[in-house]
Each structure stands twice: as C-alpha cells, then as structure tokens.
Design a protein around this ligand. Structure first.
Ligand code: CA
Length: 679
C-alpha cells in the first residue's frame, strides 16, 4: 500500500454525514477550479482506441497538452516501443488523434503528454479496455474472442423492484481459496463457474452453495484492475480487497489464470458472469470512482494533469477518500467518464448493478445522471452506495450524494448505518453491543431500519442514533445490513463484544440480527460466509491480510449446518412473502403496525405486525417479535389461528413449526418469533 489506505477503511465505514456537514467547506470550490472552466468536454464513448476495417484509431482527451506521443509496443510490459507517433490536436473537443492503417491486434500502446514544459510519464490512458500484465500498457484485442459461448443470449435475472433483491457480498479469494473449498480455480473468476464442488466434508461450495442459500445477487468486491497485487507473481499472489483503482475498465489480472494474456481475464470474468446468470443470480460490481491509487502517478493525472481530481484552494489534493485524493465528478469530463464507464460494464460484461464506494464524494447530479443513463439500457440495473465520505471535501455539502440526500436521487439506494449499528453495536467500538446482543436503548433506531428510513407514524426519529429524520422517500432507497467486508465481521464482532458468552449464544444472536435484516423493509445485504459463522480471526479491516485470515473454511458449513439452514430459511421466507418487500413508503406506513412496548420495562423487545395481506401477501397478518435481551420475554398476541414460522432459533418458511391460538407467548432470549395467519 502506498497510501494511508488503512485509515480509509476504518473511516469509510461510517464517517457520519452529519459530522461532515458541520465542517467548514461552504466556499471551498472557487479559484482553483477556475483554471478548468474553459476545458471542452467530449461525451462520446469512443475515446482512446478503437479498431475498424480501416485500421486502429487513437484519440486521447487532453485539452491543455502541448504535445502528445503515442507509443506502440509488441509486449505488454517489457521492451522498447517499436514505433512512436506524434498525435494531432483538435481544439474543439480537446482531443489528440492518430491512426494506423492496420488492425493492431496483439499490440500494446501508451500515451505520453508534454504540458507546461514537463514531459509526463507514459500512461495506458483512462479508457484501456484491455491491458498487459500489471496494467501499465493498454492492449489491442479483438473482443469477439472474449465472449463465452451463448454470450449474446446471456441475461441477468428479472427483478421488478430493488426490494426483491437479496445481496451477497463476496471477495473472490474469500470464497474459493481455502483448501477445503473443493474448488480448482482458487481465487479466480473461474471459481464460480465450477459446478458440483464440495467441501472436504461433503457440503456444497462455490456456485452450488449460492444456489442452495437462495440469494438473488452477488456483489463482488473491486474486480477492475487494481494496483496492489503484483500480477507477475501469480503463485504468491497476496490478498487485497482492491480499493486502489488503476484501470477502471479492465478486469483485475490476478483473478485470471493468465494476466499476461490480455484476453484471458476478460473472457474468464465473462464466464463467471454467465455461470451466475445461468444460475439465476445477478452480478453487482463494487466501483471505486471516488479516488485513484496514485495521485500524480494516476492515469487521470497523466492524461489531463489536475483536471480529474479535486483540490483545495492551496492546490493540495482533496482527500475525502482518506486515500490521498478524491476525484471531481462535478467536472463534466469526469462525470462523462463515470457514466460511460458504468454503461460499458453493462454493455460489454452484462453487469446488473453497481455499488458506489464512498458515493458522497460524488455529486448528486452525477449520480442521478448515472442512474438515469443505466436505466435507459435496462431499468433493472441497481445503483446503491455508501452515502458518506471519509473526510471533508472541496465539494459543497449540499451537492454531495449523502445518505441524507437520497430522496433527491431517484433510483439510487444507500446503506443504512442506522440498522447496522443499532442491531450489533457500533462498528468501530469492538466491545459495544447492540439491540440483538442485549444492549438496551437501540429499539427506536432498529425500528428506523425496519421501516427502511421512511416516514412512519409510530417511529420517533428524534430517538434515532445516526439519523433524525425519515431520509428515504422509498424503501427502494435503503440497503439494510449488519456487517460487510469493512470492520469486524459479525462472528468476530460478537466474540469481542460478548466475551463471556458461548459460541452457541453468539450464533443465536447472529440469527436474531439477520432476522432483523431479512424481515425489514428495504433491500437485505449479507457478507459472505456469515451463513456458516465464518470469522476473520478477530481482525478489523482485513484488506491486506493473508488468505488464512480471509479465506472461508468451508468445513464450517457442516459444523454450523443449523446456522446455514436458518439463513436459508430466512431467505426463502423473504422470497415467498412480498409483505417483507413492500415497494413504497405509503404501503409501509399503512401495513406495518408496531406493538406498544414500554422499553423501560421491556428493553430489547420489538414487536410488529404486517397487516392486511401487505403487498399482496398470501398471509393476512405476519407478526414479528424480536427479543434481543439475555432473558426470555413475554408478549401478548391477538387471539387467532396462528402458524409458527420462526421460534427459538428455528425457522420454517411454510409456517409448519407448530400452531398457537395467541395470548401470552414467551420469546426465548436472543431470538425471534415469527407467526402468521391466513384469516
Ligand atoms: Ca492489477
């Protein structure tokens, strides 16, 4: 790591928007930006290199360069340029062009600009769609060679509403690299193309595991070409999350079986996507347009110095990412870039959605244009992100794509840190407990999560711990979760915050915590391996930890089969019952009725009903009771013919755990009771 990236991961999780909003930034954008106002922009999607019948055509956007050279190479990494061509400037759109009258398939290229008397380093540009090993030279390939069989017919799953999506966040190495995974292509895109794979003790792993669990979409951690892993050292490839972007429009080489062949990574990533699509699973990319791995060494800086990043008045890089810089989505060509890049991933790779890292570094207008442009291609494409920054930004607060501004962003969702911290305890304080692990006082914040941060007559936002108003105009604007790749994973959080408990008790808490996530309105999100109670050795932010920390030990699936079955049951319940997936705020306000519970007398107890066949549900009423106390608690249930769906750590999505006539029911410690009636 060249950047203080650790600080980023610590803070990226949640520097609350309200904290940022108090900082002094009101007049930050001004004189420094003036130097860029006369830059022409170029909206076309044909920048940098394209091949047609007449030859190979190059076009670099670099409005203030004095000279640009194109270097052509035979090799992706070594050797001298076999040819250097001076490019020609077009002042109207700020581009530099050159053409070669042959199709240069198999060759590589870089650009090199001179500006203000300075010769900059060579760069593959910002639009390299294929690269040599380690991404320093762009490659010229025939994309027709990268399509797997049947690619033209390949489609992601059809989903009507974002609230119907169930997200599984995964890292390629976590999922497959353990010796117990039974997977041959460990740590590779191809891992998820292997069917019939089993753990050493016979449980399904890989794509079979995902199908068995029932999630609808995988959200893969950064899979564009990033900087931190040396792709020439495949056998000893070290682990990294990949939040250090280098080439945004090319897959990462270390996830391929041959990073030196520019076509291989592209073909293999497409094969993974096709395998998932064939299994009915959508693919969401984690995209990190908010900063670059390098500052002055970034491809952005080397093509148009200063333009693509934000700076303070004194010329210092803005650093809302905590990684040394931040990009400037509010400048037209950076905005064009994000829009064209996401569209490219959809059109070329059939990507079904995007998770924007530190989305609030981007401006609201850019995010709205991104979502609108993507939905023109396919209305099912989902866009969501972290509605916070990791530090102050030269971008004015009111322009930031913050969680609190999500209602200004149609078709975009944000992560709910409300539910996350309230259910399991504060993300950065390992010892802190939450609603599900026995700490009182979080009930109202959990309710904010249950109603997906929409306005509800029975939710008192003044008691919210992270948010004080119903910031979501629709449940489709909210992603609910209790853990992700950041910070402690759920198992480690429970081990550190419940040091005197047994793992059996912690597993009960984990079940309860995920019951809150999967029964709440909004879109549920889970982190890979939690369903089998995986841990990460108690380490926070394992972005560069070795495989033995990050790999999921798949033998845990047999050991913790009861845990897995509970998650599977929760997912099946949610998929079978639209009451948990209401698409509008109005429906939630009408169909969710909370029991009146005195939190002073009965802390850590929440009960509510989904009434009147909510969202067309076959069940007339569903009662959800959440007991996060270490002791059993009693609730009064209306008389009726109820079937028991979940009780005391067991779940049966069809409601066949038993029946009850209502009245007083005791709910076990750290557990959920879900009952339903059809009339
Ligand atoms: Ca790389």
């Amino acid at each position: 790591m060249k950047k203080p990236i650790f600080a980023y991961f610590m803070a990226a999780t949640m520097l609350s928007a309200s904290m940022v909003a108090t900082s002094q930034d009101a007049s930050a954008q001004s004189n420094y930006d003036a130097q860029f106002v006369d830059y022409p922009s170029y909206a076309g999607d044909d920048l940098e290199m394209r091949v047609d019948k007449s030859g190979t055509h190059f076009k670099l956007w670099s409005p203030k360069a004095d000279k640009v050279n194109l270097h052509l190479y035979n090799d992706g990494r070594t050797g001298e340029a076999y040819k250097t061509i001076a490019m020609t400037f077009n002042s109207t759109d700020g581009t530099w062009s050159a053409s070669v009258a042959e199709q240069l398939y198999g060759k590589f290229y870089t650009f090199q600009i001179e500006q203000g008397g300075k010769l900059y380093a060579e760069t593959p540009g910002v639009w390299a769609k294929a690269v040599g090993v380690n991404g320093k030279r762009a490659a010229i390939i025939d994309f027709a060679n990268t399509d797997p069989e049947g690619w033209t017919e390949d489609r992601g799953p059809k989903v009507d509403y974002f609230t119907d999506v169930i997200i599984y966040e995964m890292h390629h190495r976590d999922m497959s690299v353990h010796t117990n995974s039974g997977i041959a292509n460990k740590g590779k895109f191809l891992a998820l193309t292997e069917e019939g794979v089993r753990s050493l003790n016979g449980e399904k792993t890989g794509i079979d595991h995902l199908k068995e669990l029932g999630i609808t979409h995988v959200h893969i951690l950064p899979s564009y070409d990033y900087n931190s892993v040396d792709e020439t050292q495949l056998p000893s490839n070290v682990y990294n999350w990949g939040y250090d972007p280098m080439n945004y429009n090319t897959p990462e080489g270390s996830y391929s079986t041959n990073p030196s062949d520019p076509e291989t990574r592209i073909r293999e990533m497409k094969e993974m996507i096709k395998a998932l699509h064939d299994a009915g699973i959508g693919v969401i990319l984690d995209v990190v347009y908010n900063h670059t791995a390098e500052n002055d060494g970034s491809n952005f800086h080397l093509t148009a110095p200063g333009y693509y990043h934000r700076h303070w008045e004194n010329g210092n890089y803005g650093d809302a990412s905590g990684c040394g810089n931040e990009t400037a989505s509010d400048r037209q060509q950076m905005r064009n870039y994000i829009i064209n890049s996401t569209k490219y991933w959809v059109n070329e790779y059939h990507i079904d959605g995007f998770r924007f890292d530190l989305m609030a570094i981007h401006d609201i207008e850019t995010m709205n244009q991104v979502a609108a442009e993507l939905k023109k291609i396919d209305p099912r494409i989902f866009v969501y992100g972290e509605g916070w920054t990791c530090g102050d930004s030269p971008l004015k607060v009111e322009k930031r794509a913050l969680k609190e501004h999500v209602s200004q962003m149609s078709g975009i969702a944000v992560f709910s840190d409300d539910l996350r911290d309230a259910v399991k305890g504060h993300y950065s304080n390992a010892a802190d407990r939450g609603f599900a692990s026995g700490k009182p006082g979080n009930e109202e914040t959990v309710k904010i999560g249950i109603v997906a941060a929409t306005a509800h007559p029975q939710v008192d936002y003044s008691k919210g711990q992270n948010s004080k108003f119903p910031y979501a105009a629709s449940p489709q604007m909210i992603v609910n979760y209790v853990s992700c790749h950041d910070d402690l994973c759920l198992t480690d959080k429970l081990r550190l915050s419940m040091p005197d408990a047994t793992d059996a008790e912690r597993m009960a808490v984990a079940k309860l915590a995920q019951t809150v996530v999967f029964t709440s309105q909004g879109t549920p999100f889970m982190f890979c391996g939690e369903e089998i109670f995986r841990d990460k050795k108690g380490i926070h932010n394992t972005y560069n930890q070795p495989d033995h920390v990050n790999a999921i030990d798949w033998n845990l699936k047999a050991t913790n089969k009861d845990q897995f079955n509970y998650y599977k049951g929760l997912i099946a319940l949610r998929k079978a019952h639209p009451a948990f997936r209401m698409p509008t705020a109005e429906m939630i306000a009408k169909h969710i009725v909370f029991d009146k519970i005195d939190s002073e007398k009965q802390p850590n107890l929440i009960a509510y009903s989904l009434v009147d066949n909510a969202n067309g549900d076959s069940w007339k009423e569903i009662k959800v009771v959440l007991n996060g106390a270490a002791t059993a608690q009693e609730v009064k249930i209306k008389k009726g013919d109820w079937m028991i769906v979940a009780q005391d750590g067991k779940i049966c999505p069809e409601g066949q755990l038993g029946t009850t006539k209502g009245g007083k029911i005791t709910v076990a410690p750290y557990s959920a009771l879900i009952i339903a009636r059809t009339k």
